[in-house]
Design a binder for this molecule. Sequence first.
Ligand SMILES: [Mg+2]
Length: 395
Amino acid sequence: MDMPTIQHIRAFTLRGAGADYHDQGSGHWIDDHIWTPMAKYPEYRQSRQSFGINVLGTLLVEVEASDGTVGFAVTTGGELGCWIVEKHLARFVEGQKVTDIEKIWDQMYNATLYYGRKGIVLNTISGVDLALWDLLAKVRGEPVHALLGGPVRDELQFYMTGARPDLAKAQGFIGGKLPLHHGPAEGPEGMRKNLELLAAMRRQCGDDFWLMYDCWMGLDLDYATRLATTAYNEFGLKWIEEALPPDDYWGYADLRRKVPPGLLVTTGEHEATRWGFRLLLEMGCCDILQPDVGWCGGLTELLKISALADAHGKLVVPHGSSVYSYHFVITRHNSPFAEFLNMSPGADQVVPMFHPQLLDEPVPVNGRLKASALDKPGFGVRLNPDLALHRPHTH
Ligand SMILES: [Mg+2]
């Protein structure tokens, strides 16, 4: 087969909800007094947008092949990501065969080592990588999951993240993950409120429904240990997520030793590359890895992280990221369920996560999604043609 080459790569930014899913209007559950590492400052406590959680905006990467096929992906990265794509990474992409994904990844990563390794650079590499997988799968006329070895089960099952686990249960999800609203700087009263909310949700959801707390990096070891222990012993918390700052590998290892057996410690949403996850695995930091495929290095890197986790007997349940993770999860034995991040303002409707940026984005029905819903070529989504795209740089 004569493989097309990649002729053009273009990077755009756009504002508002979508891949930068924190860029929501006021009154949204995702920005309602959620505890963060910045919440120790009272002036940044009520809203995460107040400290700039939505400053980046969406990065859209488009790659066009010599046969006219266009692949694309969205992630968080905005104008900074556009600059990295257009001024630096484009040289490793244009002129290469559409099958050269592994080589392109290696060149993008090694060429940016002196200023990259994590954060915005890896977000950007992830965006390019996902666009390349979308392009290759479209050139082949197959869904991305077929390129990964095909589905290992007939359907995905989901837990829901949002403020309403009670509705998640009614809608057929296997669990509900709450954002944590109070942390160490709010003392015993905040701790009491955290436990009261969990208790109320346990009463509404019954004994068997999974309930989890997402702590968005905001706690310290002592607070996290006390919260997790009481939450598990009294209210059956299933896991405590991202309790500590992501660089505190030692703290995570301590936390995992200190919490009651049976309670799962999870993290990895803000970790990147096989080397970052190797640290989490070898230091015994957690029970479930939660890489975001749009941030950790893309699908090419997620496959390596997943294989490493499998050899350590650990599950990989990617953070959010909709179709970009669904095509991966359905092909992995050690990814038995997926996250559905509820982006409706009250967490009461099942809406596509990347709305309004993507069209044809599938959503769970009764908490599940048939593998056949992922059978369109590429990642199976279209870019909404009504979007106001901005291309701040060219090359
Ligand atoms: Mg999280």
